[in-house]
Design a protein around this ligand. Structure first.
Ligand code: GH3
Ligand code: MG
Ligand code: MG
Ligand code: MG
Length: 309
């Protein structure tokens, strides 16, 4: 039998992947010469860039590229950088993305005005490449830390409720494009209140950690694992049909049930129940979550420690 304590040791080291991925920078500038300079400067610094010379393309590019930082020219045909910043800030998911103005505008009043309308920095052209890269590094590091905190649950390091649903909605869009199957599974630990009551809250917390690490180890890199509520977990399973999802979750359920969870003086076992919803064309993320919740309810009523579709 496996020891849950050994699992928990590793939970800390299992945190965010992608911490060293290159920054994704979107550059909005109508000047092709400036765009080319930016592209090569960012590439030399090991960053990934998306150059937009037509401001009308910004909104589409935002969704596709999902930048971590936006570098914005001030004067472009058809609109100004501040107008674009305003539109970008209206979208929830881009509220916290740093916007750095890079413009030849040297009037301090205009610079401050631009910053008051949603900009984070104002750099003046021509810019020393090292100055530019240092600014991006500082902004990027902080933006990444904040973003990681916003989307994760602090006890387990899994995605939080909101982000799990965002990922589900993203995978629904993908499934619509590719025609691949998609499943959403919800899990709830059985008699968890009794575990807390018998062994204490800290032991309950350790069970939650071992469950989350267990899921991370057993599921694929492409699956998204979330802590959906107190002792509820949810997983988004792309490219997985109902039958595969059921087999996968049943296997995980059985193996998790074999883990020995330690107390100061003893060990005990824990099980969970699981409900699975298979995506059908037209299902929204709310509908899919409701279907999984209903299946989970059936699993509980069937006596717990089982998987229902
Ligand atoms: P069932 O088999 O029907 O799911 O029963 P249950 O006892 O698991 O369900 P119930 O919803 O009654 O209890 C859930 C408990 O989970 C109650 C709450 O105190 C506990 N809980 C919620 N969040 C945490 C947490 O972060 N840590 C710990 N230790 N306990 C938590
Ligand atoms: Mg310009
Ligand atoms: Mg519950
Ligand atoms: Mg429960």
């Amino acid at each position: 039998t496996l020891d849950a304590a050994q699992l928990i040791e590793k939970v800390e080291t299992y945190t965010r992947s992608g911490a060293h991925e290159p920054y994704r920078i979107m550059v909005v500038d109508d000047s092709r010469a400036q765009a080319a300079f930016m592209e090569s400067t960012l590439r030399k610094a090991g960053m990934t860039s998306k150059i937009i010379t037509d401001p009308m393309q910004v909104l589409i590019a935002l969704d596709e590229f999902s930048p971590e930082i936006i570098i914005m020219d001030m004067y472009m045909p058809g609109c100004t950088g501040t107008e674009l910043a305003k539109v970008i800030r209206q979208q929830d998911k881009f509220v916290s993305v740093p916007i750095i103005y890079l413009s030849a505008e040297d009037d301090i009043n205009k610079q401050l005005h631009a910053m008051s309308l949603g900009g984070d920095d104002f750099l003046v052209k021509p810019i020393n490449p090292r100055h530019l890269i240092a600014t991006i590094h500082n902004r990027g590091r902080r933006a990444r830390t904040l973003h990681a905190m916003m989307i994760r649950d602090s006890l387990t390091g899994l995605y939080n409720h909101t982000h799990t649903l965002n990922l589900l909605s993203m995978e629904i869009n993908k499934a619509n494009q590719t025609g691949e199957p998609l499943c959403f599974a919800m899990m709830d630990i059985d008699y968890f209140k009794r575990i807390n009551d018998t062994h204490g809250h800290p032991v309950g917390d350790r069970v939650l950690k071992s469950m989350s690490l267990f899921l991370k180890q057993r599921l694929r890199k492409t699956d998204h694992i979330g802590r959906y509520g107190g002792e509820e977990f949810a997983v988004v399973l792309p490219n997985t049909d109902e039958c595969d999802a059921k087999n996968m979750m049943n296997d995980i359920r059985e193996r998790f049930g074999e883990l020995m969870h330690p107390t100061e003086s003893d060990t005990f076992k824990v099980t969970f129940s699981c409900g699975i919803a298979a995506y059908q064309a037209g299902n929204t993320q709310q509908v899919l979550a409701q279907k999984a919740d209903k299946a989970l309810y059936e699993a509980k009523h069937a006596g717990r420690n089982c998987v229902k579709v």
